[in-house]
Design a protein around this ligand. Structure first.
Ligand code: NAP
Length: 299
């Protein structure tokens, strides 16, 4: 039996979509929360059992995982220790964990916890097979919580303040490429068992080009106003001194300057991973935004 966490999330939905398309025949048990929207699961036509609970509840997990052979854990790296502990106790053979390229950040506050969790787990490979997937920033729909905010901002404002030069490179990954990769990893166990894969978008893109691309796709003529880095840092410092609820810190400004480029070569080789470029991938997200605006869903 396959045990899945996070199937109701942004990328989990694409895994479900792929399982449906492939007419997956095996038994699947999905851990969902009481408040999770399970409509897609209920309509899937697959052999799915939903089990309600929370990943924070270790006692519950121990019971929930019973009888599973393989786990795809999408929910969050912060629950990976709970999952692995329950999996080992239940003699599960293989866990596919969705973690993050955040572990490569040179800023300790961003990477330290991820490294600690992941490296601790990887030491347990003598007890269970562990495959780690590390996505970059995920985008693709209103479910992404980051790119959609940029789309909304550019649609509603003429000017866009850019902290620093915008020359830093990014490589965001589309949610569908990621969700489909979960399936391909599962389906190619002979190659993917006990391996680690970075999963990024087709090409690196400069942050400034990314903003321009969203603006063009929206058919807007936004003006990018570059705020020099030193001034951005000073402003963030000052802002944090006067506001307890500051939404951006000095370190976040610095982290925004970091290149976030990660090769997906291993995934291309083992599972034929061939992701969308940002230019292609953003079209659907912008379309969703414009449609929802037209229907008055967004303010
Ligand atoms: N967003 C990014 O840019 C980014 C970058 C790198 C890595 N990642 C990681 O990539 C993975 C996939 O991301 P995603 O965008 O698909 O995530 P997502 O949309 O946030 O989905 C999270 C899923 O986990 C479930 N969940 C959350 N807390 C839970 C709990 N306490 N107990 C049980 N289920 C819980 C949610 O259920 P509900 O439906 O009930 O909310 C949802 O199904 C995540 O591990 C994320 O941390 C994300």
């Amino acid at each position: 039996m396959l045990f899945v966490t996070g199937i109701t999330g942004h990328t989990g939905k694409w895994l479900l979509d792929r399982l449906i398309k492939e007419n997956y025949k095996g038994k699947i048990r999905c851990l969902v929360r009481k408040k999770s929207n399970t409509t897609m699961l209920d309509k899937s036509g697959l052999d799915i059992e939903t089990i309600f609970g929370d990943l924070e509840d270790q006692e519950f997990l121990l019971q929930a995982i019973k009888g599973s052979e393989t786990i795809i854990h999408i929910s969050s790296i912060l629950f990976s220790n709970n999952i692995i502990e329950a999996a080992i106790k239940n003699n599960v053979k293989w866990a596919i964990l969705v973690h993050t390229t955040g572990r490569y950040s040179k800023y300790k506050s961003a990477s330290e916890e991820y490294i600690k969790i992941e490296d601790g787990i990887l030491k347990k490979r003598d007890q269970i097979g562990i495959t780690v997937l590390r996505p970059t920033m995920i985008y693709g729909s209103s479910g992404d919580r980051n790119m959609f905010k940029l789309v909304d901002y550019l649609a509603r404002h003429k000017f866009f303040p850019m902290f620093g030069s915008g020359e830093n490179l990014m490589q965001p990954v589309h949610a569908r490429d990621l969700g489909y990769a979960y399936y391909d990893v599962l389906n190619n166990k002979d190659k993917t068992f006990n391996r680690e894969y970075n999963l990024s978008g087709k090409n690196p893109i400069k942050y400034i080009e990314l903003v321009k691309c969203v603006s063009n796709t929206l058919n807007r003529n936004n003006k990018i106003v570059k705020v020099p880095l030193w001034l951005s840092i000073m402003a963030a410092k000052f802002y944090n001194q006067i506001s307890k609820n500051a939404i951006i810190s000095e370190e976040q400004v610095l982290r925004m300057q970091e290149d976030k480029v990660f090769s997906y070569e291993a995934a291309a080789k083992d599972i034929g991973y061939s992701p969308l470029s940002f230019e292609e991938g953003i079209k659907g997200e912008v379309e969703e935004y414009l449609n929802s605006k037209q229907k008055g869903v967004l303010m």
